[in-house]
Design a protein around this ligand. Structure first.
Ligand code: ADP
Length: 410
């Protein structure tokens, strides 16, 4: 049987199909421009020869319901060539915000949907489209279990001293203002991969995981549990990102609003969409920024310097929080591919026992790669993230546990 992982966004649906037995990826796809007359579906399937075959189709798609019908129909027309029977074991949904209500993945029922809806004020851009995906698939396939896997869940282990803001306490009690953290599946999956690579159980490992993509976050993982993370109430806090500013003096938005006469909503949008790397140098794609920096562009050079300096400060902070660090892990599009960012982020940390091996760093290509020097006390690893596979794994586990509890052993 198969497990289908769904990431339902406001105008797009990302999906991936895995074999139940070994979690092999069989199909992946992206439907974009939902709500337009030329919605575009890119669908890739694994062939018998083990290659990927791609299909692109365009048609009008009014809403998510039509979107799911479209992609399920294309998926049925171009199934993966794999021995696994075609039935669907479960749908795994990526849900951005689980608030304090969800510490683990859950089987979705009406009550769970109601609680995810209650969290919409905390994630107004994401949770509503996540819910649409859940509701449409429940209606289309009422017999298949749906599981919600939350970006925030892994960080629910943070202690109060890490998750509270120093604000009047009623803002927490009445309005749930606290730090939640995101990218949970990614931090969790690379922490597990590090434990396999190092041959030590997660319970004995202290790690700093750095997810560096368009969004970026750092997490301090102690004994397999997140004890602190750089994103907060929203994914705006922490590291410098493609278009998000990360940490900022909270007075800045008010000052800018007074000076420019622009409303706070506009400034919120600037902090989310016009800041970060894009704000510093006009570009948010790290490949392009590195190219410009190599050509001598001073703003591109500054963007990389600032990006890496912020990462270095978090490494220092989380080193102090953890007391002992066994490994630092780089992941995400930038973390996995940019030797320059990894080098600059770790530069000058020899005093903490963090020493990069330049040649290994330059050569790191695919899979789990150790890029620290032999005399580095702290291992430095590059580990590809795989959030979808992690969601598939958690979906399978959650359904199996629930079936087991009910006494229906699979
Ligand atoms: P998302 O957060 O959207 O999943 P990704 O994890 O795919 O993003 O990361 C996207 C970022 O990774 C972009 O800034 C891109 O430029 C960067 N990136 C991808 N490949 C490279 C590379 N070879 N060198 C430097 N940066 C890279």
């Amino acid at each position: 049987m198969r497990v289908i992982v769904v990431n339902s966004g406001s105008s797009s649906i990302k999906y991936q199909v895995f074999a139940l037995d070994d979690c092999t990826s069989l199909v992946e796809g992206l439907l974009e421009r939902i709500g337009t007359r030329d919605a575009r579906l890119k669908h890739r399937r694994l062939t018998e020869a083990g290659d990927w075959e791609e299909f692109v189709e365009t048609r009008p798609v009014a809403d998510h319901r039509e979107g799911f019908q479209f992609l399920l129909e294309v998926a049925a027309r171009h199934p993966a060539a794999h021995a696994t029977p075609a039935g669907v074991f479960g749908f795994g949904h990526r849900v951005v915000h689980g608030g304090e209500a969800f510490r683990d993945p859950v089987i979705i029922d009406d009550e769970v949907i109601r609680r995810i809806k209650d969290l919409i004020p905390l994630a107004p851009l994401h949770n509503p489209s996540n819910i649409v995906g859940i509701e449409v698939l429940r209606a289309l396939h009422p017999d298949v279990p749906n599981v919600a896997v939350f970006d925030t869940a892994f960080h629910q282990s943070m202690p109060p001293k890490a998750f509270h803001y120093a604000l009047p306490r009623e803002l927490y009690h009445q309005h749930h203002v606290r730090r939640y953290g995101f990218h949970g599946s990614s931090h969790q999956v690379v922490a597990r991969a590090a434990s396999i690579h190092l041959g030590l159980p997660t319970s004995r490992l202290n790690l700093i995981t750095l997810h560096l993509g368009n969004g970026a976050s750092a997490t301090a993982v102690q004994g397999g549990r997140s004890i602190d993370t750089s994103m907060g109430l929203t994914p705006l806090e922490g590291l410098i990102m493609g278009t998000r500013c990360g940490d900022l003096d909270p007075a800045v938005p008010f000052y800018v609003s007074r000076k420019t006469g622009r409303p706070l909503e506009e400034i919120e949008s600037i902090l989310n969409k016009e800041s970060g790397l894009k704000g510093i140098c006009g570009l948010n794609d790290m490949r392009e920024i590195q190219r410009r920096a190599d050509e001598g562009d001073a703003e591109a050079q500054l963007a990389i310097e600032m990006f890496c300096y912020r990462i270095k400060k978090y490494i220092g902070a989380y080193y102090a929080a953890l007391g002992r660090v066994d490994a630092i892990i780089f992941t995400g599009g930038i973390g996995e591919n940019s030797a320059r960012v990894r080098k600059e982020s770790c530069a000058g940390l020899n005093g903490l026992g963090i020493i990069l091996d330049d040649a290994r760093n330059e050569q790191a290509s695919s899979g789990v790669v150790e890029i620290s020097s032999e005399d580095s006390k702290v291992k430095i690893l590059v580990i590809p993230t795989d959030e979808e596979r992690e969601i598939a794994r958690q979906t399978i586990e959650t359904i199996r546990r629930a079936t087991h509890k009910k006494g229906h052993l699979p």
